[in-house]
Design a protein around this ligand. Structure first.
Ligand code: DX5
Ligand code: ZN
Length: 218
């Protein structure tokens, strides 16, 4: 069985108690850190200074999701501060393969994300350039939205292409992942699951992480 990774998203955490919130999810595999610039998406979170402090205090490694314009300018900074993986949006990047190469050179895993309406085809020939592909299962920008099942054929195609090409990829889904939807995404090939409101909205986030992991494993 392939490994299953649960990444709680701190977008749903209490921002003024971040260190305590990070401790609540210490059972997670990675912590998902949503960086938004109010240009690429209509919402704003935080930048490298905040993420560097999260990196200092987090008990689990960081998975940074950049929902920003000009990732060529900013993504390397997140790799340099020690994030385990840095994922930028294909729609915002002039040359996703070149940027992924740069992130790997710095020492982080390289991820590329695509919005629900973005076709996969332009990226399928270069899958080995990436360690992670994020198929957004909501329009990026906000937590607490409903999972979009119409994104599943794209995920399935991606999983098949990666398997056929012998490329080991983390196939990530983000948006609306909960105990009700995680199995659907897993059946369609996802192995890396971001969950914000489902984990931080639970009374016991650690128990929810365990439950999601079990449901994903089938
Ligand atoms: C949305 C972010 C997500 C968000 C998911 O654009 O990229 O990571 O936190 O939140 P939920 O799990 O509540 O849909
Ligand atoms: Zn995200």
């Amino acid at each position: 069985m392939t490994a299953t990774y649960i990444h709680p998203s701190i977008l749903s955490a209490d921002f003024v108690n971040m260190q305590a919130e990070l401790e609540r999810i210490s059972d997670a595999d990675f912590v998902h850190v949503d960086v938004m610039d109010n240009h690429f998406v209509p919402n704003l979170t935080f930048g490298p200074q905040m993420v560097a402090r999260i990196q200092d205090v987090s008990p689990v490694p960081l998975d940074v999701h950049l929902m920003i314009d000009d990732p060529e300018r900013w993504a390397p900074e997140y790799a340099e501060l020690g994030a385990a993986s840095v994922t930028f949006h294909a729609e915002a990047s002039a040359d996703p393969v070149a940027l992924a190469r740069r992130l790997r050179q710095i020492g982080s895993a390289a991820g590329v994300a695509i919005k629900p309406g973005t076709p996969l085809e332009p990226y399928l020939d270069d899958l080995s350039a990436f360690d992670l592909v994020l198929v957004m299962t909501v329009e990026p920008g906000f937590g607490g939205q409903s999972f979009m099942p119409e994104t599943m054929p794209k995920l399935r195609t991606l999983a098949e292409r990666a398997r056929n090409a012998g490329v080991e990829l983390r196939l990530q889904v983000d948006g609306g992942i909960s105990a009700d939807t995680i199995a659907i995404a897993a059946e369609n090939g996802a192995n890396t699951f971001v969950a914000g409101s489902a984990v931080f909205g639970a009374e016991h986030p650690g128990a929810m992480i365990g439950r999601l992991r079990e449901l994903a494993a089938g």
